[in-house]
Design a protein. Structure first.
Length: 131
C-alpha cells in the first residue's frame, strides 16, 4: 500500500467517525426533545383528566362537587363544624356529582380535603368564611 492510499483510508475513516459522532449527538438531542414533549403531554393529560373536588357554601348548605372529568375518591375530610363528615372518607364522587349537606349558619368555615384520582393525590384547603 502506498502513502496516498493510506492517507485516503485515514481521511475516509475520519469522515465516517465524525459522521457517526454527529449522528449520535443528533439522535440524543431528538430523544431528549421527545422525552420533554411526552412529559408535557402527560402533564396536560393529567390536568384535563383528573378529579377536581371543590367545596362551596350557600347560606346553610354545603356543596361538595367534582368538577373534573374523572372519578375521585375522598381520602379524608376535616372541618371545624360540629357536623361529622368522617363517613365521607373513602367514598367515591363521580365526575359532575354533587353532595349537598345542610349545615348550621356559621361565619367561620374551613374544610381540609384530601382526595385522589387514578394516578395522583391532591389536597385542598377551603376557607368558606364570610369576608
Amino acid at each position: 500500500m502506498n502513502t496516498s492510499t493510506q492517507v485516503f483510508s485515514i481521511v475516509i475513516t475520519s469522515v465516517i467517525a465524525a459522521t457517526l459522532i454527529v449522528g449520535v449527538i443528533l439522535i440524543s438531542i431528538a430523544l431528549f426533545r421527545i422525552k420533554a414533549a411526552l412529559k408535557k403531554r402527560n402533564l396536560l393529560f393529567e390536568q384535563t383528566n383528573r378529579p377536581y373536588i371543590i367545596c362551596q357554601k350557600s347560606g346553610n348548605q354545603l356543596f361538595i362537587k367534582n368538577l373534573g372529568n374523572m372519578l375521585g375518591q375522598i381520602d379524608e375530610i376535616q372541618t371545624n363544624l360540629n357536623h361529622d363528615f368522617t363517613y365521607l372518607n373513602k367514598s367515591y364522587i363521580s365526575a359532575g356529582q354533587t353532595f349537598t349537606y345542610n349545615i348550621e349558619e356559621t361565619d367561620n368555615l374551613i374544610i381540609n380535603l384530601s382526595y385522589h384520582g387514578q394516578n395522583s393525590r391532591y389536597a385542598d384547603k377551603f376557607d368558606l368564611s364570610i369576608s
